[in-house]
Design a protein around this ligand. Sequence first.
Ligand code: SF4
Length: 414
Amino acid sequence: MTPSLAPAPAPLDVALLDTISLYIHIPFCHKKCHYCDFNSYAGLLGWRTKYVRALVREISLAGQAARMPDGARRRCRTIFFGGGTPSLLKASEIAAILQAAQAAFAVDADAEITLEANPGTLEYHHLGELRATGVNRLSMGAQSFDADLLRWMGRIHSAEEIVTAVHAARQAGFTNLNLDFIFALPDQTLAQWTDTLDRALALAPDHLSLYSLIVEPETPLFDWVEAGTVNPASDDAAADMYLLAQARLAQAGYAQYEISNWARAGHQCNHNLTYWHNLPYIGVGAGAHSSFAGRRFAAVRPVAGYVAALGGDWEPTATTFGTVGGPVTDSETVDDATAMSQTAILALRLNAGLDLDHFARRFGVTFAATFGARLTDLVAGGFVEYVGDAETGRRLRLTERGRLVGNEVFERFL
Ligand code: SF4
C-alpha cells in the first residue's frame, strides 16, 4: 500500500541554522513502564522544586552562551517539554520555566510549545491554567486502548482515562493534540490493534505517532524476553500492523510525513522536524541532548547530579558551551562529513525527503558531488528518487522499495 504523502513542504531557509529548538527534560514518573529505558525515575517527585530551579538556571546560562555574535538573543522556534512525565509539574512551574526560556531566547510569538502528558496524571481542572502558560500542543502517551495490554505495559492509566483526557484538553482550548501508540506488542492481535486505531481516530486527534515495541536493555521487558517468559512479536506481525495503520490513517485523512508520524493538514510536529532536518537544538535538564554550534553533547543523567551541578558555579561561555564540565558529561565535535551523513539519513525518514538545495547551501557542496557513485547506484536500483523542481524545491526521497530496506539505504550514506 502506498503511504499517503504529506503536501510538499516549503523549501528550508538556511537562516534556520541560526535558530534553535529548545527541549526541556522532566525526568519524573509515578511508576516506570515495563518497556521504558528513558531517563525517567519513579519516586523522585520530592526533587521537583529543586529541579525546576536548576532548569531555570540552566536555561538562562544556555541563553547567554548561545547569544548571536552581535549579542542578541538567539531565535527559538519551538519548545518541547518531554520526559518522563511533564504533566506531573504544576502549571505555575511550567510558567516559570517558560518565562526563563523567554528571557533567555527570542521565542517566536507563534512558537509551537508542546507538553508530553500521561492521561493518568492530568489534573483536568488545571488544563485551562496549563493552556494559559502558553503551552499550545499536548502530546499524550495513550499507547493502547486495550485494558490488558495497558496493564501488561505497566501503564498507570486506563483506556477510559485517555478519552476523558482528550475531551478535557479540547475543552481547555487545546487545538493541537497528539496521541502516541505502541504496536507489535507480544501476543497483540490485528483485531486488538484495529480496535485501538478505531478508538483513537474516533477522538479526532490532530497528530498520531505510532511506534513498534522495541526491547531495550535494562528494562523488565528485556529480562522477560531473556528468560523466555515473553516472546516479542514477529517482524511479519509488526509489518502487518504497520500496513494496517497506514491504510486506516490515510482513509481517515491523515497524511504520513515520517516513518512513525501522521498529521492532519497544518499539524506536523515542528519540534520533531528540527531533529529530522538536522537543525540546531538545545536540550536542558537531566540527560538532555543538544546539537549546537558543531557539537553534540548531553547533560548528566541522574537527577541529583544534575541539580548539584547547576547549584555550583558552572557558567558556560560561547566557547565552553557543550564542552565536558558542569552539567555536561558527554561532548563530541561533529565534522562536516558526519553532519552531511546525519542530515541525509534523518531527512530520508521524512516522506518529503531531503531538501537538496538546502543541503547545497548549508554545506557548500551538492549532495550528488558528496555521495557520487553511492547515490547513482541507489537511484539506479530504485531505492531513492528525485522529486520536485527548481521552483518547488528539489528533493531526494526513499521510494516504496527503499522504505522496505530503509536501514540498508541509510548505511550507504555513512
Ligand atoms: S510514563 Fe513514559 S517516561 Fe515514564 S516510565 Fe512510562 S514510558 Fe517511560
